[in-house]
Design a protein around this ligand. Sequence first.
Ligand code: SF4
Length: 368
Amino acid sequence: MNKEHIHHERLYDFDIYGFQHDLITWFEREQRELPWRKDQDPYKVWVSEIMLQQTKVDTVIPYFNSFIEQFPNIQSLAEAEEDKVLKAWEGLGYYSRARNLQSAVREVHESYGGIVPNTPSEISTLTGVGPYTTGAILSIAYGVPEPAVDGNVMRVLSRILLIEDDIAKPRTRKVFEEVIRDLISKDNPSFFNQGLMELGAMVCTPTSPSCLLCPVREYCRAFAEGVQRELPVKTKKKSTRQVALVAGILVDDEGRFLIHRRPSEGLLANLWEFPNFVKVDELGTAKQQLQQLMKTEYGMDISVGDYINDIKHVFSHLVWNVNVYTGKWHGDVPKESGLTAVTMEEMMKYAFPVSHQNMWKEYLKIKK
Ligand code: SF4
């Protein structure tokens, strides 16, 4: 090993080449067959990495397959209607990712002739493409030795190298990126990065790492000292804010339901939803509140029916607790209300957040 190449003191005395070799050969042998691993198409790598952020592999597979079927390449996604893209993303959550992906793909289509750029400086300027996705696309699709550091990789490396920096702090990612620049295999950066990710997913898991099955145990300092469960160091996030809401699935005598489009900015932007309001307890019971708020906010007369259930929607800093009711609406829909009346069949064309999809499912159950 040429020690001159090792800038990082944490790597002093660490067998870099042995580690690379053992990690990569394990990955070659054990990697799961996943649809985005079939080829190195940078577009597919990109889509898969965006979908995989905060979502489990098993959940992503069917979404990835149908998304690629509908939008097989840069051009088809660039030219697709946003509503279609959101519909294909429905259920994965984090819709801003889908929107960012599409606008970045349009940039690639227009400014790079439809070819995903292969340098960190170009790729990282695309909308929604952060350092992790940049590293993943460059290393997996183009074989460029760039670090791809997410929470998973930080956990694994914090254990292997006994790094005790707080991973809740944004600047800590830089520490890990620096380490990986020294550690990464220049011959096979793709399998090196994927090996770290796979190790984090399959072996070096958050609460109970399977150290006895670990292919790089002999390099792992946390294991040697018996502190693997204490790593990574991560300070607690602030507690989440709870918001109480009341919502209505409201239908008229012709079977048309009222839906409403969310604003084009902010939480769940541009998605559709059933009318819902932050509760104002002074207005009385939840039922009375719904009736009153439909009148004052939208100018609509309704009669509230049965209670359906409570739905929870958890965001990173916010939890919605929604009391859901059935109801009937009467009269005309005022134009300025922003409400739209749709039949059950038409509803399928609109993209709803998961919480509202769940409301609808519950509604259908009680209507059976
Ligand atoms: Fe993780 Fe244990 Fe392997 Fe260390 S030995 S990398 S803690 S699974």
